[in-house]
Design a protein around this ligand. Structure first.
Ligand SMILES: Cc1cc2nc3c(=O)[nH]c(=O)nc-3n(C[C@H](O)[C@H](O)[C@H](O)COP(=O)(O)O)c2cc1C
Ligand code: SF4
Length: 491
């Protein structure tokens, strides 16, 4: 079995550099982490007349813990309070909020409607109040809401029952859900109505006090699936113009009906084939067409046409269309863009590099540091193409001890504008504040990418950092998660 060198074992910058060299990757690194006010991480950024106080962004992370009617539950409120306490000045969407019930990824996902509106407003207020208490000011804090429809990955009524709403037939993903060839595809008129639902949700988000909405186009959900609807006939498929129609219609509606509300997009800039666990538990791409593979011998003779930002091999990237999407964002006056990769359902190793797989996952087919470098370089390439847009990068958590020195160097080179933090904030919410103030970092709270925050919801439980967050350690669910992990063949 392959073992990868643990990040915590890399004690010096020379160790880290040598390890990168052995992997054939190159991440910039600064040995001296600076503090306020000199640190690149502490620099404010102006965006459309607003100032964002530093360069840390909290990435959206749901917890599978809202009430069945879509209101936040106590654990949701606790998580958002932590986001406020983090010290990050850009809150990218909080977490995915469904614009309507059939688009919920699970029955405990937040939902935005007239009934939940006061509760979502209070949720935002909790975050802002916490931030004010900790950091004295909030005029430089920007808080948005991520709006979503889960499309193919909808499970609105029962955690164990998928109710996919697909925009095209994907041979590999359809078979994962046993969808027959005549399984209905959402029609153009249904997508027109969905645009209206997004616009309605955006109006509500504005009433709840959010300053921008993210029209989510990532991770295999409906907006992202449409970007790869190359083979779909009609107004929403085929050409680039058609595959971006949903976005353009929603933005037009928001501009007309929610004047003053910012619009942002989080998008999966590139995707790969679905992966699954091979005979040795290691992730390997699913066979497609004439593609033959084994874990270390991958040959292609058939084009894989379903990856937005893919080069046709199913494993490589071609950023021509993602660059065109940035140009479209500019035309639509969208300046705030969050870059991510892949999906949590069929190639999680490219979305969130991790040493340990979740219970439904596979052992990492590459050193997870390669995944981090992929994120950093894709974002840098997009930033080079559109230096006028404000980009937020993702996938930094696996860096652990090396996160601050790498983040600082990436920012100083102008490869991104914000360092987005996901899992690290679940285990160690105060990391940004500690880095900025020069306090010693709490190494015991570093996320070590155990993936229990994914294993839990995959097994119908609330998400959270069971190994490191004392609150979750005490929950009865912690025992269940531990048992699941124990049973995992590659646990
Ligand atoms: C428990 C959990 C929930 C997540 N929920 C969302 C979500 O609601 N919306 C979203 O765009 N990404 C979501 N993500 C992805 C993260 O925002 C982020 O892209 C990913 O974890 C990689 O960043 P990291 O390396 O800092 O963790 C989630 C990730 C985790 C671990
Ligand atoms: S459960 Fe905690 S340590 Fe594990 S990946 Fe999630 S945040 Fe990190």
């Amino acid at each position: 079995m392959i073992t990868y060198r643990r990040i915590s074992a890399l004690k010096t910058a020379a160790d880290f550099r040598a390890h990168m060299e052995s992997l054939g990757i190159d991440l910039p690194l600064e040995e001296q982490v600076e503090q306020v006010p000199a640190s690149p991480l502490a620099q404010p950024l102006s965006l459309d007349g607003r100032t964002i106080g530093n360069r840390f962004a909290i990435l959206p992370m749901e917890g599978w813990d809202a009430e069945r009617d879509g209101r936040p539950g106590p654990l949701t409120i606790r998580r958002w309070r932590h986001f406020g306490a983090s010290g990050a000045k850009l809150i990218w969407g909080g977490e995915a909020v469904a614009v309507r019930h059939d688009g919920r990824a699970n029955p405990n996902q937040l939902l935005i409607n007239e009934q939940t509106l006061p509760h979502l407003a209070a949720l935002r207020e909790t975050l802002v109040t916490e931030h004010r208490q900790q950091f004295a000011r909030t005029d430089d804090l920007l808080v948005g809401l991520q709006l979503t429809h889960s499309g193919r990955f909808s499970r609105p009524n029962d955690k164990q029952r998928a109710e996919p709403l697909i925009v095209y037939h994907h041979p590999l993903l359809d078979s994962r859900h046993n969808l027959p060839p005549d399984y209905p595809v959402l029609g153009d008129e249904q997508l027109d109505r969905l645009c209206d639902e997004f616009v309605r949700a955006a109006r509500l988000a504005q009433r709840a006090g959010f300053e921008f909405v993210d029209i989510k186009h990532c991770h295999g959900y409906l907006g992202h699936e449409l970007l790869s609807a190359f083979e779909r006939p009609g107004r929403y498929g085929g050409s680039f113009e058609n595959r971006t129609r949903l976005l353009r219609q929603i933005v037009a509606g928001v501009r007309a009906e929610a004047s003053g509300l910012g619009v942002a997009v989080r998008f999966s800039a590139a995707d790969m084939l679905p992966f699954h666990s091979g005979p040795d538990g290691l992730g390997e791409p699913e066979p497609f067409g004439e593609i033959r593979h084994s874990s270390f011998d991958i040959r292609h003779s058939a084009a894989y046409p379903y990856a937005f930002g893919g080069d046709g091999t199913g494993l490589g990237f071609d950023l021509t269309e993602p660059r065109a999407l940035l140009d479209l964002f500019r035309e639509l006056r969208i300046r705030l863009v969050c870059v991510t990769l892949g999906t949590p359902y069929y190639n999680p190793h490219i979305l969130r590099p991790a040493l340990f797989p979740p219970s439904d996952g596979y052992l990492p087919p590459e050193d997870p540091l390669i995944g981090v470098a992929r994120h950093v370089h894709v974002t840098a390439e997009l930033k080079r193409h559109a230096p006028d847009l404000v980009l937020v990068g993702s996938g930094y958590t696996y860096l652990q001890e090396w996160l601050p020195p790498v983040a600082q160097a990436v920012l100083r080179r102008g490869w991104t504008d914000f360092i987005g933090l996901g899992r690290m904030v679940l285990s160690y919410p105060e990391l940004p504040a500690d880095v900025l103030s020069g306090r010693p970092l709490r190494r015991k709270q570093f996320c070590r990418t155990f993936s229990e925050c994914t294993t839990a919801p995959r097994n119908g439980l609330v998400s959270g950092c069971y190994p490191l967050d004392p609150h979750y350690k005490e929950l009865p669910e912690a025992q269940v998660v531990a048992e699941i992990k124990h049973r995992q063949p590659h646990g």
